[in-house]
Design a protein around this ligand. Structure first.
Ligand code: ATP
Ligand code: MN
Length: 450
């Protein structure tokens, strides 16, 4: 364990997926690995198994088959044996943040019977790309030289090897891990909006969007052939690359079903890659899935009702929430109305639902000619339905910053209360939403409640 203390101290294992350092039994044959590591500086890490750890050197220029090249190799902290299996990304800001690829692997063999990591070491490499005789020579403190000895092995230019010896992936593929296919596919023909445009939109908006959707179970709308063609509602689905969080939820018949949630930007983008563009979210988060905390009221006007009346409805509802001293946040639906979001943690879905229902009832009682809490279209004539039903377990509503698969691909956009009279429910497009990133987050204060 002592050997790996340095390794463990440098890393926060809550954040990085690198293995925790534990000394392991050495195997009979000694492994070696070379990892291509694109961090602050691009370099290769040479690691040789020795007494249950990996002795490690960072080689800025990488190894060379040319015996005249003397490649600087800086000795670094010992790594755990299973580090040789690590390929992936280390989060930005963490130690070694960047991309790691398993560039070569195999066994190594010291030439002499005694090995000291203070003296020159002559050894053989039995890798797929690195073979033959090599020497490591210490010259000053942690600085060593890595030199290819002359032997029968044919010369190879290491620059030709750009993929992982394990997964075959390029650095880009490991890092982005999300490759966008069919990027030129038209989603909105009339406005020439492609899959790539939507992908880029989510890439840019993700950081702003994530606090409000992270860890909330989702259902999505898929549109493989554009908005004019068939759309699919997806509640439980197999995102092959596993970028999403997954939990089991028991349905009415007692059967367990898989539900999904977004954890990070990659989660959003992997859904877009699968042609799921529209995100709908639950009112609770994982793991407190039985304790909702984000209430939503949707104002659904009768078709003939003017926008003015809808805005008046929003103001009336806000006045009730104000009286109850409840904080409230506003967004456009991206469709016909507005959504009002209230952070309100409750201990059960039943309480949550009843509370929302009571608010809708109150609206109806106070202004019976303007509002109804009844879903039926008949009762909605000339009125606005205060949709409280979304606050029941398993119900969803469109996520803030989600695009809508409708004409012009509008966004369900968080706005300030002072903007209610200026912004129409479907007028914010992806372009406009990105422009607004320069402004302060209109929902900034909501974050304190989540
Ligand atoms: P508008 O302003 O046009 O009324 P809206 O977002 O308020 O927009 P709809 O888009 O009609 O309303 O959505 C109605 C309900 O259907 C919402 O609760 C929404 O979450 C739900 N819904 C939409 N897509 C899905 C889906 N993929 N899975 C489950 N529920 C969905
Ligand atoms: Mn609505």
């Amino acid at each position: 364990m002592r050997e790996l203390q340095k390794y463990n101290k440098k890393r926060n294992f809550k954040k990085t997926k690198e293995p925790i350092g534990k000394k392991q039994k050495s195997t009979k044959k000694l492994h070696f690995v070379v990892q291509h590591h694109l961090a602050r500086k691009d370099h290769f890490d040479l690691r040789l198994e020795w007494h249950g750890v990996l002795k490690s050197w960072a080689v800025p220029k990488g190894p060379s088959y040319n015996s005249k090249d003397r490649r600087l190799a800086v000795k670094v902290e010992d790594h755990p044996l299973n580090y040789r299996n690590f390929e992936g990304t280390i989060p930005k800001g963490e130690y070694g943040g960047g991309t790691v690829m398993i560039w070569d692997e195999g066994y190594w063999e010291p030439i002499s019977s005694t090995v000291s990591f203070k003296k020159p070491i002559k050894f053989l490499l039995h890798g797929k790309r690195l073979k033959g005789h090599w020497t490591l020579i210490p010259f000053k403190e942690e600085n060593w030289l890595l030199i290819k000895e002359k032997d029968e092995e044919p010369f190879q230019d290491i620059k030709n090897f750009t993929t992982s010896i394990r997964s075959g992936k390029t650095m880009e593929e490991i890092a982005g891990k999300i490759i966008l296919t069919n990027s030129e596919k038209m989603i909105d023909k009339k406005n020439k909006i492609t899959k790539k445009d939507i992908f880029s939109y989510y890439e840019k908006i993700a950081e702003r969007m994530l606090p409000y959707i992270k860890n909330r179970l989702i259902s999505t709308i898929r549109s493989p052939q554009g908005i004019e063609k068939t759309k699919f509602y997806k509640k439980h689905f197999e995102n092959i690359d596993n970028y999403l969080g997954k939990i089991k939820i028991t349905n009415d018949k007692g059967k367990k079903e898989d539900y999904y949630y977004i954890k990070d930007t990659q989660g959003i983008l992997s859904e877009v890659q699968m042609n799921s563009y529209e995100f709908h979210i639950w009112g609770s988060t994982v793991p407190k899935i039985k304790k909702p905390n984000l209430m939503i009221f949707d104002l659904d006007p009768d078709e003939k009702l003017s926008l003015e009346k809808v805005r008046e409805g929003v103001k009336d509802l806000k006045s009730i929430l104000d009286e109850l001293k409840l904080p409230a946040f506003l967004k456009t639906s991206g469709g016909k109305g507005y959504h009002i979001v209230v952070p309100l943690p409750m201990k059960s879905w039943n309480d949550f639902r009843n509370f929302a229902k009571n608010i809708a009832n109150l609206m109806e009682k106070k202004w019976p000619e303007k509002y109804t809490s009844n879903m039926s279209k008949k009762k909605r004539r000339n009125k606005i339905f205060i949709d409280w039903v979304r606050n029941t377990e398993k119900a969803t509503s469109v996520a803030p910053y989600s695009v809508r698969l409708r004409k012009n691909i509008p966004v369900s956009m968080p706005i300030k209360w002072s903007e209610l009279d200026k912004v129409k429910p479907n007028e914010i497009t992806m372009k406009e939403a990105i422009k607004r990133l320069n402004r302060q987050d209109p929902w900034q204060e909501l974050k304190d409640f989540l």
